[in-house]
Design a protein around this ligand. Structure first.
Ligand code: ADP
Length: 498
């Protein structure tokens, strides 16, 4: 393998497709990005055009490969990472989509979830797949599509229709319509994969009335799955690594040991912890999911989502108008030594893990005559950190392993005051890497492993560079009393909309 080899990572997200060329040190050499549209046909529904997702991805790939100065022969492999759970059905013969892509956020399959509950099967899905049944997961979206077009069900039984999540659809197109496969991390988000055996669960398929003939083959996360059709990029390139976006970020953050965890601070936050070689069982309704499958074996993960973190900052900007930009929250919050007793519970869309209360609503409590916008800004950053601590506490309990450090990424991880507050409230160091493109990077690392560019995980971990470490700077007494007050504030917001 040549030393100047490059990996082309394709990152198909909810709002854009990107292509990034990485060198073997994990540095981004070239980037191209194109927006992708979504439609909202009814309240709560979110759809995308599968062909647009493919064409945007293909065109970004062509753009970075066409760049002067990149010798195409240096590109050793392609990696794919993607928005998870989004569901696409296409015709096996023509490759044409037979329905819009149903995006992970879409609630249109909520009646399918209600039907699972009515059949008394919720616990069975949870114990076999690790997932708490929800309209997010692909099985409910497939069932919805088949229920709404009887001709599709007949064609699916006959093997004429393929189902895939986004990486599977891109892989099919990259292979020129010859390979129908999905990786284990994406398969674990369908609510149809048995987490222990990593195979489709025949009983769950039957319960959902989803024909096995439409399901892709489940493959590991690193290893050559196919070569690209020669017409696409001028010469065939192996596709050698795939993972869903959050698992890819966990890998890109080099969270290779049980207990290693990362948190992505975006609109909401996704906390994932490496749970080791066997599925974890959650007592707090966290999701138990696949991390990745390498030739050396499987790694499982625990996942907890906080719905409102960066979007609370957006609300201060757009709803209250007390800041002009998201980044302006940091100097405003830093202008006071603390929130002066103000607590903000940003339960703007209910509360997720570990509270699970859709009827919780936002609350700002502890106001006095002296409260200013700076205190509310400070309380907002505190709230993001408290919510993440709640998930970390639940995870540590489920995994039986305490957190040793938290690795961070995402847009709001740039906020130094937030990161210091997070370290203070967790009582462990918060570590921000130099490269925060961890999602695309994780997939690139998987593909590099898949073509033998790296000898093993040690080499990847050695590539991972720290930008800054935030050490806890308050006593454990203060930490506990602040978090106890937070929990008291949360209790005031629970069940409010009932
Ligand atoms: P996503 O991928 O979910 O769109 P990003 O990773 O781009 O999100 O992060 C954007 C979010 O982070 C927005 O909700 C924004 O309000 C918040 N954000 C961005 N910069 C900062 C900052 N410096 N401090 C706090 N929040 C920020």
């Amino acid at each position: 393998m040549r030393n100047d080899a490059l990996i082309l990572a394709l990152d198909q997200g909810t709002t854009s497709s990107r292509a990034i060329l990485f060198d073997r040190m994990g540095a981004a050499v070239r980037v191209a990005q194109r927006p992708v549209a979504a439609t909202y046909p009814q309240p709560g529904w979110v759809n995308q055009d599968p062909l647009e997702l493919w064409r945007a991805t293909r065109d970004c790939a062509r753009e970075v490969l066409a760049d002067d100065g990149v010798d195409p022969a240096r590109v050793a492999a392609i990696a794919i990472t993607n928005q998870r759970e989004t569901t696409i059905l296409w015709d096996r013969r023509t490759g044409e989509p037979v329905a819009p892509a149903i995006v992970w956020q879409s609630r249109q399959s909520a009646p399918v979830v209600a039907a699972i509950a009515a059949r008394g099967k919720t616990a069975e899905y949870q114990s076999r797949t690790g997932l708490v049944p929800d309209a997010y997961f692909s099985a409910t979206k497939i069932a919805w599509l088949l229920d709404h077009d009887p001709s599709l069900r007949a064609r699916s039984v006959a093997g004429e229709i393929c189902f895939g999540t986004v990486e599977s659809w891109l892989l099919w197109n990259l292979s020129g319509g010859t390979v129908h496969a999905t990786d284990a991390s994406n398969a674990s988000r369908t609510m149809l994969m048995d987490l222990a055996t990593r195979q489709w669960d025949a009983e769950l398929l039957a319960d959902m009335d989803i024909p096995a003939a439409m399901m892709p083959r489940i493959v590991g996360n690193a290893g050559v799955v196919c070569e690209t059709a020669p017409s696409l990029f001028g010469r065939p390139i192996p596709v050698a690594g795939m993972a869903g976006d959050q698992q890819s970020a966990l890998f890109g953050q080099a969270c290779f040991a049980p207990g290693d965890a990362k948190n992505t601070y975006g609109t909401g936050s996704f906390l994932l912890m490496n749970a080791g070689p066997a599925p974890a069982v959650s007592r707090h309704n966290l999701l138990s999911t696949m991390g990745w499958v390498l030739p050396s074996g499987p790694t499982y993960a625990l996942e907890g989502a906080v719905f409102v973190t960066g979007s609370a900052v957006q609300w201060l900007r757009d709803g209250l108008g007390i800041i002009d930009t998201a980044a302006a929250i940091e100097p405003l919050a830093a202008s006071v030594p603390d929130a002066a007793g103000v607590m903000f519970v940003p339960a703007l869309t209910g509360l997720g893990a570990p509270w699970w209360d859709p009827n919780a609503r936002g609350a700002i409590i502890g106001l006095t005559r002296g409260t200013t916008t700076a205190h509310i800004a400070r309380a907002t950053l505190d709230a993001i950190a408290h919510q993440c601590r709640d998930v970390v506490d639940a995870m540590g309990d489920d995994a039986g392993i305490p957190l040793s450090t938290l690795k961070v990424d995402g847009g709001a991880a740039a906020n130094n005051l937030l990161m210091q507050t997070q370290a203070d409230l967790l009582g462990v160091p918060v570590v921000r890497p130099a490269n925060i493109e961890t999602t695309a990077l994780g997939a690139a690392y998987l593909a590099a492993l898949g073509v033998g560019l790296y000898s093993g995980l040690d080499e990847i971990a050695a590539n991972w560079r720290i930008d800054r470490v935030f050490e806890p700077a308050i006593s454990s007494d203060e930490r506990d009393s602040r978090h106890a007050r937070w929990r008291k504030a949360v209790h005031r917001s629970l069940a409010w909309a009932e």
